[in-house]
Design a protein around this ligand. Structure first.
Ligand SMILES: *Cc1c(COP(=O)(O)O)cnc(C)c1O
Length: 458
């Protein structure tokens, strides 16, 4: 018999979690104004809010924590991180930052100005936030297949190169400071970008003289999909694929809370010394001196080690197989999900799940609430709440997709937990026709409202 697949690690430390009653959850979600960001974590049984900073560090990462060098300047931890970034990703210059959005803040302070246009594949919310905050505009050039959850496409994170070229052609070069390629594309469902597409973006960027930035939180998952889905890469190692991917970028930002498997941290990788020097000024102002940038030495050590572990094929296979496991359980139950299953999360199509609700009722958020009430499972909305209002017209933006995202923390839950989640959602699906009204906004912030919004039942 062929041996079955098994996880590439075993468990050395555990953390108890507790179930609750439906009555308790009814009360808690009401007190949280139907916003799951406002729940306490002990009111949640299985927490799939995010895979960001929620992973379990390895024994080697914890060992590295003890070796952290907390010198203000020139710490050995800085050089460990520098070596890992140069050797694994190929960037000569780097700036540590406390997390991914801080990297965006620093780099965009050096690059983006009012009136600019920043094309890319479905920009992540903080990326878009930092663009719009500077009165610039993010233009989404993702392929159209990404917006149909039922069609299969192996690389739904790809940019439509014709769309991208239209943007580059029809605007003056001076107002396009960069192209952002998000790998994997979080907002379109954790979907990868193919090597061929990355190459195509590079060619267009060269043709029009624009720089390319990879928003790289899940670059290793992207490399795994290239290896397993793209012809010509099946015999290449993850690390070879990663180096080739980044060879098409001029710069990268990374939220290391994802594929570097740390609880906090981020950085900017650069090839240009000039841009490095320009960005260093903002790093010192916003984050900290250039050799720590808002991170402790121990955290930089764990991050460097995490970059090595995160680019290991067996680890990635374990990780992505678990996400696929949950996705396939849901498909068995008939639950409509984005296909193929993404790298870090399963995305449930709320428009197909709750077709009776109008979009103004925030279908995906309603599904988040229903899943929490059913079983104490916390997912998150990727839909109209997240899409926010148009900065000019202040009208609600209703995106093509209304998704419930079930993000799987790295090395944290077992497949029994996945079975529990799948069954819970199947139960909600079975009674979905009894859900006849959704939610309305009572109170919201002027930007990135989804974190703090207060909602009420309609
Ligand atoms: C998480 C993430 C960010 C922002 O990083 P934080 O560490 O949360 O600040 C930016 N881009 C992408 C694609 C992400 O997934």
């Amino acid at each position: 018999m062929e041996l079955p697949f098994a996880e590439s690690y075993k468990i050395k430390m555990v953390e108890p979690i507790r179930q609750s009653t439906r009555a308790e959850r009814e009360q808690w979600i009401k007190e949280a104004n139907y916003n799951v960001f406002k729940l306490r974590s002990n009111q949640v049984f299985i927490d799939l809010l995010t895979d960001s900073g929620t992973g379990a560090m390895s024994d080697r990462q914890w060992s590295e924590m003890m070796l952290g060098d907390e010198s203000y300047a020139g710490a050995s931890s800085y050089f460990k991180m520098k070596d890992a970034i140069r050797d694994l990703l190929g960037f000569e210059y780097f700036l540590p930052t406390h997390q991914g959005r801080a990297a965006e803040n620093v780099l965009f302070s050096a690059l983006v100005k009012a009136g600019d246009i920043v094309p890319g594949n479905s920009h992540f919310d903080t990326t878009k936030g930092h663009i719009e905050f500077r009165k610039a505009k993010a233009v989404d050039c993702t392929i159209k297949e990404a917006f149909n959850t039922a069609v299969y496409h192996p690389f739904k994170g790809n940019l439509d190169l014709n769309k991208l070229e239209d943007v580059l052609k029809s605007n003056p070069r001076e107002i396009i400071p960069l192209i952002v390629v998000t790998v994997t594309c979080n907002s379109s469902g954790g979907q990868p970008v193919s090597m061929e597409n990355l190459k195509g973006v590079r060619q267009l960027a060269d043709k029009y003289g624009v720089m390319v930035l990879f928003d790289s939180a899940r670059f290793a998952e992207n490399a795994y999909f290239i290896k397993t889905r793209e012809a010509g890469y099946e015999h290449r190692s993850i690390r070879e694929i990663v180096l080739e991917m980044f060879s098409y970028a001029d710069a990268m930002t990374m939220s290391s809370k994802k594929d570097a498997i740390v609880n906090m941290g981020g950085f900017i990788g650069l090839r240009s010394r000039e841009l490095f020097e320009k960005a260093s000024v903002f790093n010192i102002m916003f984050e900290g001196y250039v050799t720590y940038g808002g991170m402790s030495g121990r955290d930089m050590n764990a991050l460097a080690q995490g970059l090595h572990e995160g680019t290991d094929f067996e680890y990635l296979k374990t990780r992505i197989s678990q996400v696929e496991y949950l996705g396939h359980r849901l498909i068995e139950f008939g639950v409509p999900v984005q296909q193929p299953i993404g790298g870090h999360a399963v995305f449930v199509d709320a428009k197909r799940f709750l077709p009776q609700l109008p979009k103004e009722h925030f279908q995906a958020q309603m599904l988040v609430v229903e899943l929490y009430l059913e079983a104490g499972v916390r997912g998150v909305e990727i839909g109209a709440l997240l899409a926010d209002r148009d900065p000019e017209t202040r009208e609600n933006r209703f995106p093509a997709l209304e998704l419930l995202r079930l993000a799987i923390p790295r090395r944290v839950y077992t497949n029994n937990h996945m079975d529990y989640v799948a069954t819970a959602l199947a139960n909600v699906y079975e009674r979905s026709n009894t859900i006849t009204s959704g939610l309305k906004i009572v109170n919201e912030a002027p930007i990135m409202r989804h974190f703090t919004v207060d909602l009420a039942r309609i």
